[in-house]
Design a protein around this ligand. Structure first.
Ligand code: ZN
Length: 415
C-alpha cells in the first residue's frame, strides 16, 4: 500500500558528474536571444537520428539525447543547474500515483515555440519524456513561463516516437526518505464566505451550482478556499482550489483540493492547472482514513458514498473513501466504528462496473461487521444529485424492506 521509495532521483545519463554552480548558464547552439526561425519549428530531416548529431558544446549533459533533440529542433538551448539530479516523489493525482517532481535539476531552456518568445522562457527538465519507474507514468515536467503551454504540448510537438528513444536509466536510489503521511499544507486559505476573497465567492458559486451549500460545507466539513498555494506542495498548485480536509479525531490528516470551476472539455486534466482533483501527497494517510469520518462517527450507522461532493451534498452520516478502491484499514475503520451498530449502507452509481465494485465492498464489510450491510441502488442519478430529504427517505424505505441487508447480486459477491 505504501511506497518506501517516496523520493527518488533520476540518475545522470553519463558517468561524468561534473559539478557546476547552479546558477551558471551554459549556452550552446548559437547566439542566445537570436530569434531565427524558432517561432515556427519544422520537423527534423527524415532519417536523422538525434544521437547522430555532433556532440553539443559545453557537455556532457545529464540527458544528451534530449538536449540534442532540443538543439536540433529549436536551435538554441541554454542549460541551467547543470549536473544536478532530478528529485521525484510520488503524488496522487486523480486517484492515481503520479510522479511529483520536487526539483527538476538540470534544465534545458528554449525559446517557447508557441508565444513568440525570444528569451528562453520554456524550461524543460532533463528527465522530461522519461518513464518514472515507481509509478510507470511519464514525466512531463516542462513549462513556458510566459504562456500556458506545458510538457504535454511539447511532447506532442516533438513526437512520442522520437522521445521514446530518450530513455534514461531507471530511477531509484533513495536519497531523502520523507516521513510517511507527513502533513503538507495546501497553502494560505480563507473561509469560503469571506467577502475579502473574490476567488472564494467564485468557489461558492461553483459549489451552489453542484447543489452544495457553501455555508454548510464550511461549517460542518471545514471546506475552505486556498488563495495562495504553498510552493512546497505540488508547486503551489492548490491556489484557487476548494480545500476539503480529512480529519481524524479533530486533527487534519490530509485533504483533497478541487478546482473551483470546471475547465473546458479540451483542457480538462490537460496539465497541472486544469487537473480537477488534487490529493495531498502520500498514500499512507489516505488508506487509513475516510472523508467525513469525524462528522459521521457519532451516528449508529454510516452511508458510504463515492466522493467528497456526494458526501457533502447529503451530509453526515455519509463518508467517502478517498479513492476508487478501499484498503483493509478503511474497511476495519468502518467495521470498528459502525459494524456493531445498526448498519452500514454502501451507495454506488448505476452501471455494471459500479455494481461489481459495490458487491466487492459489501463482501469485505460483511466479513468484518456483525450488523447488516445494505447496498441500495438509486433509481436515477447519484447521491450528489438528490435532495437530502428524499435521499434519506429512499434509504429508510429500502432498509425497512430488507431488514437483514442486501446486495445487488449475490452471484457477483461470490465471484
Ligand atoms: Zn510560451
Amino acid at each position: 500500500m505504501t511506497s518506501v521509495n517516496e523520493i527518488s532521483v533520476v540518475p545522470p545519463m553519463t558517468a561524468a558528474g561534473a559539478e557546476v554552480p547552479a546558477t551558471r548558464e551554459a549556452t550552446a547552439g548559437g547566439i542566445p536571444g537570436q530569434p531565427g526561425a524558432i517561432t515556427e519549428p519544422s520537423g527534423p530531416p527524415a532519417g536523422t537520428c538525434p544521437s547522430a548529431l555532433p556532440p553539443p558544446g559545453g557537455g556532457p549533459y545529464l540527458n544528451p539525447q534530449l538536449y540534442a533533440v532540443l538543439v536540433h529542433r529549436f536551435g538554441h538551448v541554454r542549460v541551467v543547474n547543470k549536473g544536478q539530479p532530478m528529485v521525484v516523489g510520488i503524488a496522487t493525482i486523480n486517484d492515481r500515483p503520479s510522479p511529483d517532481v520536487r526539483s527538476p535539476g538540470e534544465t534545458y531552456k528554449i525559446c517557447c515555440p508557441w508565444c513568440h518568445d525570444f528569451k528562453f522562457h520554456f524550461r524543460v527538465a532533463h528527465g522530461f519524456g522519461t518513464v518514472h519507474a515507481e509509478t510507470g507514468r511519464r514525466i512531463y515536467y516542462a513549462r513556458c513561463f510566459r504562456c500556458e503551454k506545458g510538457g504535454r504540448d511539447l511532447f506532442e510537438l516533438l513526437g512520442q516516437a522520437r522521445l521514446g528513444r530518450v530513455a534514461l536509466p531507471a530511477p531509484s536510489p533513495l536519497i531523502q526518505p520523507q516521513p510517511e503521511d507527513a502533513y503538507r499544507t495546501p497553502g494560505d486559505c480563507a473561509n469560503l464566505l469571506d467577502p475579502m476573497y473574490p476567488g472564494a465567492a467564485k468557489a461558492c458559486t461553483y459549489l451552489a451550482g453542484r447543489g452544495l451549500d457553501p455555508k454548510f460545507v464550511s461549517e460542518v466539513y471545514g471546506w475552505r478556499y486556498c488563495w495562495r498555494g504553498d510552493p512546497q506542495t505540488m508547486h503551489g498548485g492548490c491556489a484557487g482550489r476548494i480545500i476539503m480536509p480529512v480529519t481524524r479525531d479533530g486533527v487534519e490528516v490530509g485533504w483533497q483540493a478541487r478546482l473551483a470551476y470546471d475547465p473546458p472539455q479540451d483542457r480538462k486534466d490537460h496539465d497541472f492547472t486544469a487537473i480537477r482533483w488534487l490529493t495531498m501527497p502520500g498514500t499512507g494517510w489516505r488508506s487509513k482514513n475516510l472523508i467525513g469520518y469525524d462528522q459521521a462517527k457519532a451516528y449508529e450507522f454510516c452511508i458510504l458514498v463515492e466522493g467528497p461532493t456526494d458526501m457533502a451534498r447529503q451530509g453526515p452520516p455519509c463518508i467517502g473513501s478517498l479513492g476508487q478502491t478501499m484498503s483493509h484499514a478503511q474497511f476495519e475503520l468502518i467495521a470498528s466504528t459502525w459494524g456493531t451498530g445498526k448498519g452500514v449502507i454502501v451507495m454506488g452509481d448505476a452501471g455494471a462496473n459500479e455494481d461489481r465494485v459495490v458487491a466487492k465492498t459489501v463482501h469485505e464489510l460483511r466479513q468484518r461487521c456483525t450488523c447488516p450491510v445494505w447496498a441500495p441502488r438509486l433509481p436515477h442519478g447519484d447521491p450528489g444529485s438528490w435532495e437530502r430529504r428524499e435521499f434519506m427517505q429512499f434509504i429508510t424505505a429500502f432498509v425497512s424492506a430488507n431488514p437483514r441487508g442486501t446486495v445487488h447480486d449475490e452471484a457477483q459477491v461470490a465471484g
